[in-house]
Design a protein around this ligand. Structure first.
Ligand code: GTP
Ligand code: MG
Length: 386
């Protein structure tokens, strides 16, 4: 029995539908002599399609059901009847899924945006019925063509979490705690190492509704690049992050030295990927509420030359400063598309309102009143008269 809770890599077998064969048939009807060919075409085979879904975050269902076969097309029939079209098999996959051909190793599709879909096996075309082969010299053709062959291939799906920022640190540094205080995500938090075993994404929402997605991944330890601990298998979940956030336990819990932690982390990352190591990074000194942290922070700056953002997930100090720094790098879009400035208005000039009625002078600050009208749609079904 397979029993796994998080799957970020899986090999599947996909097969599209075979096209239906064309038919050979002749029209037979009372009082009609030499009715002629009337064999219809076969139906097209179904495609296998991977479609991005925001509602799933692992490849688990494909792990349990790795055979993805679309429906075959139906054969054509007499009376020029077309065969049934094979149904497409549409499989939801999480955002961030890379699809490789397992045999050639080539990238087939990279599913990164909501609603995106990719045909990974195209259905065979339907065959032609004998109705197509009629000509002046052959008025009773018996030939038809078979349906197109299905496409079959083995594909490897690899999930790489999509987030703007990725948290990186030793076990117990407080990565999950940081995610939980900044977003509504609820990762498991505990005082033993490797609490987090599944990557998780939370969203930081700013007062102007700008959003930054942040990924929490399992902690890494010295030698991870060589496979120690959970290894670096999880680092691929940071590959799509714009910013790496190094979370350092400044309290030095378990007699750790924060400055050594930082150097080791940096080395592990550059052993894994030079490119990843050169991404923009923020260094966060966590657990600043602990007594020893101030002293450790001073030594950290001296040893590494880096001045981290001092925070505490416990007392919540420094969190706003961290969010501001993060925002400067990620530069997320706000959701306000219409500003008062665009309409030549300054909110300072808006007169006070009493709450009972809105003075006409204040109404002009309601910018939504000035938005363009949506296009009119006609409703033929309601019997519009033109
Ligand atoms: N005093 C103090 N303790 C903290 C702070 N942040 C986290 N902790 C504690 O540190 C321990 C580890 O926190 P987690 O958030 O689970 O750490 P993690 O980095 O996600 O750990 P792994 O998932 O094992 O890699 C927990 O017992 C937290 O309560 C903090 O700012 N101050
Ligand atoms: Mg954790």
């Amino acid at each position: 029995m397979k029993a796994k809770s998080f799957i970020d890599q899986v090999v599947v077998q996909v097969r599209s539908g075979r096209g239906g064969d064309g038919a050979t048939s002749f029209r037979r009807e009372a009082l009609v002599m030499f009715g002629g060919p009337d064999g219809g075409d076969g139906g097209r085979g179904g495609d296998v399609v991977f479609k991005a879904s925001e509602h799933i975050n692992s490849l688990l269902s494909l792990y349990y059901d790795p055979k993805c076969y679309a429906q075959d097309g139906g054969p054509g029939q007499g009376q020029k009847m077309y065969g049934r079209r094979g149904r497409d098999l549409v499989i939801p996959v999480p955002l961030g899924t890379e699809v490789y051909d397992e045999d050639t190793g080539l990238l087939v599709a990279d599913i990164t945006s909501p609603g995106q879909s990719a045909i990974v096996a195209k259905g065979g075309a339907g065959g032609f019925g004998n109705v197509h082969f009629k000509s002046s010299v052959n008025q009773a053709p018996t030939e038809h063509t078979p349906g197109g062959e299905p496409e079959e291939r083995r594909l490897r799906l690899e999930l790489k979490t999509i987030a703007d920022a990725g948290l990186l640190g030793f076990p117990n540094a407080g990565k999950s705690s940081l995610l939980s205080v900044l977003s509504s995500a609820t990762p498991k938090i505990a005082s033993y190492p490797f609490t987090t075993i599944n990557p998780m994404v939370g969203t930081i929402v700013y007062p102007d509704y700008a959003r930054i997605a942040m990924a929490d991944v399992p902690g890494i330890i010295e030698g991870a690049a060589r496979g120690v601990g959970l290894g670096l298998a999880f680092l691929k979940h940071l590959e799509r992050s714009k910013v790496l956030v190094y979370v350092i336990d400044m309290a030095g819990t378990d007699s750790r030295e924060p400055w050594t932690d930082y150097e080791v982390l940096k080395k592990e990352i550059s052993d894994y990927s030079i490119e990843l190591a050169s991404r923009p990074a923020l260094v966060v000194a966590n657990k600043m509420d602990a007594e020893v942290s101030r002293e450790n922070l001073a030594r950290f700056v001296k040893e590494t030359g880096v001045r981290p953002i001092a925070i505490s997930c416990e007392t919540r100090e420094g969190l706003d400063a961290f969010k501001d720094e993060l925002r400067k790098i990620v530069d997320p879009k706000t959701r306000f598309h219409h500003t008062h400035a665009e309409h030549g208005l300054d909110l300072k000039d808006m007169p006070d309102t009493t709450g009972d009625e809105i003075p006409a002078e204040a109404m002009k600050f309601a910018t939504f009143l000035k938005l363009g009208k949506p296009k009119k749609k006609s409703h033929p079904s309601r019997g519009n008269i033109h």
